[in-house]
Design a protein around this ligand. Structure first.
Ligand SMILES: Nc1nc2c(c(=O)[nH]1)N[C@H]1C(S)=C(S)[C@@H](COP(=O)(O)OP(=O)(O)OC[C@H]3O[C@@H](n4cnc5c(N)ncnc54)[C@H](O)[C@@H]3O)O[C@H]1N2
Ligand code: MOO
Ligand SMILES: [Mg+2]
Length: 408
């Protein structure tokens, strides 16, 4: 059997990051930047007030108190967005709203709560230090700074920063478009009645969702029966919109397991037995004129899901240009004895808990057979048991992959 690590390195060696493209800013969300973005201006762009209140000179209100307010004439009213700001002279105040430019001549803001809120004259009831409640130009980002470097994942906060420095387009790697195809004559779309012997297609749903969580644009198509012509036709049709194809089912030793035969007509796909549990029968290669990567995953739902985690997710991350190909993993203390098949790396569904001291405890979720979807949905982690280990006692430390939902 082929080693998991060898299969993964063959895949990552074959899959290339997608070419960079100039995108509308909002459509770049979830993608990886391929340019250094330089701030064309300071943030804030101008000195502005952090509070609704009055712009004053600190020395004019140095003696102000609750008992003896200082009264100043109000000579201007400055809402946010005002673009014509006049200087104020000594002994004068301007009413000002959060975000508005501080007028030249003023050096402090007194919040409205510390005044009588007057409009012609204002009674100031507290002293203010020079600079009080003023957000300085360049205090956040300085013009000329690289605000985000090539290789940065663009989450919500990064998209906001790019907008703040005026970018409406950015150069990124687009998300790979992944087509997910379930094969099997027993499969019926959810929502339709089932005859005895039929089951609903869950793989195309779980893997389409998983591909989206990995950062791809994923399309699912209705399941295709174990029929060579129909599968061939479907894959040929789908190739036009695919940067990657994933099939499930039909790759083991069954008389109607036809996927291998069909793919031999479309490209070069290698089928291997990989030393893992679940997920032994694996296929990977390229098909069509553009040498589109294709994964043929085993049909058992947990096998398909774990195969996606171990092989497909890192490949999608590589196509995205992501700096994080792999999920984080932790060392965790096993809470119950775990058995594992000899010669196969086991990925056991489990629940991990983190303690306040940063340590982790992990509990395997029952039997580890490949059809148990209920436990898969309850798992938040996969325990990785090395190939040669057949039994791990409670209290031992195990490598545990965290199935967190974040995209970055
Ligand atoms: N004689 C052997 N039989 C099997 C072997 C073997 O080595 N020799 N390997 C077993 C292992 S391990 C796995 S994993 C499976 C892989 O099977 P296939 O990839 O050929 O998948 P199918 O036979 O089509 O289906 C297997 C199982 O999963 C159910 N299934 C399939 N697709 C879906 C779907 N989209 N949604 C929900 N459930 C699905 C299907 O009904 C079967 O129960 O082969 C073993 N057999
Ligand atoms: O490899 Mo199968 O995925 O063991 O059930
Ligand atoms: Mg089969």
């Amino acid at each position: 059997m082929k080693r998991v690590a060898d299969h993964l390195s063959d895949i990552l060696g074959a899959v290339r990051p997608l070419g960079e493209l100039d995108f509308q800013l909002i459509d770049a969300h979830g993608c990886v930047l391929t340019e250094d973005v330089v701030a064309p201006w300071n943030l804030p762009q101008f000195d502005n007030t952090a509070m609704d209140g009055y712009a004053v000179r600190a020395e004019d209100v140095a003696d102000a108190s609750e008992e003896q307010p200082v009264e100043l004439p109000v000579v201007a009213d400055i809402p946010a967005g005002d673009t014509e700001i006049n200087a104020i002279g000594p002994g004068l105040a301007a009413r000002i709203m959060t975000g508005a430019p501080v007028p030249p001549g003023a050096d402090a803001i007194v919040p409205v709560e510390q005044t009588d809120a007057g409009t012609a004259r204002v009674g100031i009831r507290a002293a203010a230090k020079v600079g009080a409640h003023i957000r300085r130009a360049g205090g956040d980002v300085v013009s000329g700074d690289v605000v985000l470097g090539a290789g940065t994942y663009l989450g919500a906060a990064q998209i906001g920063l790019l907008a703040a420095v005026g970018r409406d387009r950015v150069v990124i790697r687009p998300r790979p478009r992944v087509v997910v195809i379930s094969t099997g004559s027993e499969l019926v779309e959810p929502g339709y009645p089932l005859a005895m012997g039929q089951i609903t297609d869950s793989n195309s749903y779980s893997l389409t969702a998983a591909a989206r969580e990995a950062g791809a644009i994923a399309y699912r198509v209705p399941p295709v029966p174990d029929d060579k012509e129909r599968l061939l036709g479907l894959i040929e049709d789908q190739l036009i919109r695919a940067d990657m194809v994933i099939t499930t089912g039909g790759v083991s030793a069954g008389a109607y397991d036809i996927v291998k035969e069909v793919l031999s007509e479309l490209g070069t796909v290698n089928f291997d037995k990989v030393a893992m549990q679940p997920g032994k029968p694996q296929g990977f290669g390229t098909i069509g004129e553009d040498a589109t990567p294709i994964f043929t995953l085993p049909g058992n739902p947990v096998s398909a899901f774990v195969s996606f985690e171990v092989f497909v997710r890192p490949a999608i991350r590589k196509m995205l240009g992501s700096p994080r190909l792999h999920r984080p993993s932790v060392k965790a203390v096993l809470q119950e004895r775990l058995y594992s098949p000899d010669g196969r790396r086991q990925f056991a569904r489990a629940q991990v808990q983190s303690a306040n001291d940063g340590s982790h405890q992990v509990r395997p979720l029952g039997a580890q057979q490949s059809h148990l979807i209920g436990d898969l949905a309850a798992a938040n982690a996969l325990i990785v048991v090395p190939e040669h280990v057949t039994e791990v006692a409670a209290g031992q430390v195990v490598d545990t992959v965290l199935l967190e939902r974040r995209r970055e």
